[in-house]
Design a protein around this ligand. Structure first.
Ligand code: BTN
Length: 258
């Protein structure tokens, strides 16, 4: 079926009512990784809020050195440049997860640190990267949302755990509307995060599939298991360990084992 939702900067921007995110938008047909392009633009402070989209990536990256694969025009592949973040990486990661979940669907959930789930399957992922230019730390929020993939379009090993918005909504996603919702939601939640991190934590907690459940984590190649009892906007996931005591796990150095 021909795709009618080709990403177009003017269509994404039309009446977009954001203060910071997406005030400048670039759309590439094919690029290596939108995060790499964003990192170049992040060298110029003026590019704060720039949103970069691509229809296809030849070297899309996921967390922990994985590849992020998507056929042409099947996904939202987006990177946001933040050259002047007032909030730290941990809170940024939580805020981006909340904003992405909200943009994807009412029933989307968050699997810390970076997975967005629909009906318990991964529909989107976030890759937060930072770079320091002179003394300035810039952040790149890389967001991939599966839209038009069919079950058989995913690699076999992912077919039971990955999904797309088309599959879960049993309809054809309009990627332009979704891109607009994503920018609007990011703009909204980033403003909130700057003044009221508690509100982000509250929303994250209501969307988390791990809060008050058992988690097994890998931190610095070591395995930890316990009950997730909360989230801290600076230190990350709070876990009551099976071995006793409470420990924080930050998003940058932790992966979920199951
Ligand atoms: C993950 O779940 O592992 C994170 C996936 C992040 C993928 C997005 S797609 C847009 C941006 N560019 C990349 O190369 N990666 C992110």
């Amino acid at each position: 079926m021909p795709k009618t939702d080709q990403l177009d900067p003017d269509k994404i921007k039309a009446n977009l009512n954001t203060k910071r995110i997406g005030t400048k938008i670039l759309v590439y047909d094919t690029t290596s990784s939108t995060n790499d392009i964003a990192a170049e633009y992040a060298k110029d402070k003026e590019n704060d809020g720039l949103a970069i989209f691509a229809e296809q990536q030849t070297a899309g990256r996921g967390r922990a050195g994985t590849k992020w694969l998507s056929a042409h025009a099947d996904s939202i592949l987006c990177s946001i440049v933040l050259t002047e973040s007032k909030i730290n990486a941990e809170l940024l990661s939580l805020t981006c997860a909340v904003a992405t979940a909200e943009a994807v669907a009412k029933n989307a959930k968050i699997k810390w640190p970076n997975d967005i789930l629909l009906n318990a399957k991964k529909v989107a992922g976030i890759l937060l990267e930072s770079k320091t230019h002179n003394t300035r730390t810039t952040y790149i929020l890389g967001i991939g949302i599966n839209c038009h993939q069919k079950k058989t379009g995913f690699p076999e090993e992912l077919q039971n755990t990955a999904t797309s918005t088309d599959i879960e909504t049993r309809s054809t996603t309009d990627r332009i509307s979704l891109a607009r919702r994503l920018l609007t939601s990011l703009d909204h939640w980033l403003q909130i995060a700057e003044t009221n991190s508690e509100e982000v934590i509250e929303k994250w907690s209501s969307l988390s599939v791990q809060l008050h459940h058992r988690v097994t984590l890998i931190f610095n190649s070591r395995k930890f298991a316990g009950n997730c009892i909360g989230i801290d906007p600076e230190k990350g996931l709070i876990v009551q360990l099976d071995t006793g005591g409470t420990r924080f796990f930050d998003a940058a150095h932790t992966t979920i084992a199951k």
